[in-house]
Write a protein that binds this ligand. Structure first.
Ligand code: ATP
Ligand code: MG
Ligand code: MG
Ligand code: MG
Length: 560
């Protein structure tokens, strides 16, 4: 490509609304252009990078025997009604109607669609296993779109779905994808770690997130300093919480709550997803007697589901608690008027003197309750995982780092096949639900993560594997024919070799060109200047300081 003809609107200034490096550099290098909040268009330089990533994904998945298809982005509501997610998906789903008032959504994910395709065609165990994937645009009405293409309302996702006859098959499919993901992110030049994730919300049995350690990450990731234990925060919290519940079994019962229905409690948590119970206060049987509620906090589906799961496991909760939990900012709700002797309280909460016990409703609560004075209790941090906590596997100290979730693999089990009737006939003639897994990678977010890990003060430093172009050829002086002609010749030869090459034939000073090429991060630069009379050009790598004079005949070997 000749740069004089290229649509590459680079920016000198750092855009004021871009907080993180990758967002700034993507805008400055002309990869993307914002249209509105969380909605970006992709320009030539960007699309080349995104296509590179997509092709790496394709190669690695095809190598595992996965097959590519492409589903429609608009999905009829009926499929979501079948799985029960038309309501459950909530506000994140973009919904629309056709002229006959039929409901559709813009696909935020495609479990239902893939399950539907497979249930129509697969009848026998002989047709399985199978793994189908697509690389397709997704739509999510994110609460907080931000950081450029890290979190947008529309983005490209590779989503894959595996279909197996049994758990062993699923284990193999999952392991294959785990390996494929490891290869994909390695090839993208990402320093990444797979971490255990909670499979709570979707009800699967095993899940891993592929995390790129980065200050700008929106997720907390827990790593062990002594072994390979790594988990996202939700998972680490639920591991800690499970351990706590085990301990609690030994403590004596002191208060008897009015028992309410599990359904009502579940409904409450669903309704108040933004204010879920961070810590449960128990009685001895492990029936919770109160719920500690903190102020508003962003929660994701999984976290809420954890809270639900934790509560419904017990029997419990009276109306007052539910009422209090509904309204409470900080404090905890306990049985009305009961002076509780023995509660298990979160350390942070216990440290506050102005706790409120009871329903948070006039006349139904006691203010300024003091732990120790007004009730006894075991104080501890039952769910929050902190730096230095003991690793659940080896007891070494845990570390917490920020991470960007670039990929996610998930054992779904039979959730979709059962609700949507995707069955096969087994060897013994019995009809059984297909066992599924799902696997996602965000294409643009992966590119952004690569930039976060590969840049300097001058711009992006693309790893060769995902660079928009591999080489730039730069004539020093556009007025000197020996420069421009030799540059064009090298450019043509490289192109004929199949190298992705730019010719910087713009009528600009060479310093200006170098700045631009550094900004857009082209890995190799060949500069054609005065030494061309001796048949020599300057060769420089983007990630190294040194420049080298090489003969024209050496170019080929440098680039291979
Ligand atoms: P997050 O926790 O960041 O909201 P998610 O868990 O909702 O992501 P998944 O449903 O697991 O995302 O989707 C698979 C992949 O799609 C993610 O790992 C991420 O790379 C990408 N992705 C998800 N949401 C977005 C988004 N709004 N913008 C860009 N990429 C996204
Ligand atoms: Mg999300
Ligand atoms: Mg996530
Ligand atoms: Mg995820």
């Amino acid at each position: 490509m000749k740069m004089s003809r290229m649509f590459m609107p680079t920016l000198k200034e750092v855009p004021s609304d871009a907080e993180i490096t990758s967002h700034q550099l993507m805008l400055r290098a002309g990869l993307i252009k914002k249209m509105s909040s969380g909605v970006y268009n992709q320009l030539p330089m960007g699309i080349r990078v995104f296509n590179k990533i997509q092709n790496i994904i394709r190669e690695e998945l095809n190598a595992k025997g996965c097959q590519e298809i492409l589903c429609a982005g608009i999905i009829p509501s009926e499929l979501w009604e079948e799985s029960g997610r038309w309501t459950a998906m909530g506000e994140e789903m973009f919904r629309l109607k056709d002229r006959n008032q039929r409901d559709y959504c813009l696909g935020p994910t495609h479990e239902e669609v893939f399950t539907d395709i497979v249930r129509q065609e697969v009848t026998s165990y002989k047709q399985l296993p199978m793994n189908l994937y697509q690389i397709q645009v997704k739509y999510r009405d994110e609460r907080r779109p931000r950081f450029g293409v890290m979190r947008t309302k529309t983005f490209t996702m590779k989503d894959a779905y595996s279909f197996d006859i049994d758990e062993a098959g699923l284990d193999k499919s999952y392991q294959d994808m785990y390996e494929a993901y490891t290869n994909i992110f390695n090839r993208c030049g990402l320093d990444h770690s797979p971490v255990q994730a909670d499979s709570g919300a979707i009800g699967g049995s095993s899940s891993a997130e592929f995390m790129v350690k980065s200050e700008v990450g929106e997720d907390d990731v827990v790593f062990c300093s002594g072994c390979d234990y790594a988990a996202n925060m939700e998972k680490a919290e639920s591991v800690k919480y499970e351990a706590f519940k085990e301990e609690m079994k030994e403590i004596k019962e002191v208060s008897t709550p009015d028992v309410h229905t599990i359904e009502e409690l579940e409904a409450f948590f669903k309704l108040h997803a933004g204010r879920f119970a961070k810590t449960l206060i128990y009685d001895a049987d492990g029936k919770s007697v109160a719920v500690v509620v903190r102020g508003d906090r962003d929660v994701n589906e999984t976290k809420v589901a954890n809270a639900i799961g934790s509560v419904v496991e017990f029997e419990l909760a009276n109306e007052a608690m539910v009422q209090a939990a509904t309204n409470a900012e900080i404090g905890f709700a306990g049985p009305i008027g009961v002076k509780t002797d023995y509660l298990f309280v979160d350390e942070e909460v216990a440290a506050q003197n102005n706790m409120i016990v009871g329903a948070n409703k006039t006349g139904y609560h006691i203010e300024n309750v003091n732990h120790g004075r007004d009730f006894e209790g075991v104080v501890g941090d039952f769910r929050n995982v902190n730096e230095g906590d003991k690793c659940p596997k080896c007891e070494s100290a845990l570390e917490i780092a920020r991470g960007v979730e670039v990929g996610h693999i998930f054992k779904l089990g039979t959730k979709y096949s059962e609700s949507m009737g995707a069955n096969y006939i087994d060897k013994d003639g019995k009809s059984k639900p297909i066992i599924m897994g799902c696997y996602g990678i965000g294409v643009e977010r992966t590119a952004a993560a690569v930039i976060e890990q590969h840049n300097d003060e001058n711009g992006i430093i693309w790893p060769l594997s995902v660079a928009p172009y591999q080489v730039a050829v730069v004539p020093v002086n556009m007025k000197k024919e020996e420069h421009t002609e030799a540059a064009e010749k090298i450019y043509n030869e490289l192109q004929a070799m199949g190298v992705e090459v730019l010719l910087d034939d713009r009528n600009e000073r060479v310093g200006f060109k170098f700045k631009d090429l550094d900004l857009i991060g082209i890995p190799m630069r060949i500069t054609v200047g005065k030494d061309i009379v001796d048949g020599k050009v300057e060769f420089k790598l983007r990630d190294q300081e040194e420049k080298e004079l090489i003969g024209l005949d050496e170019i080929k070997s440098k680039i291979e």
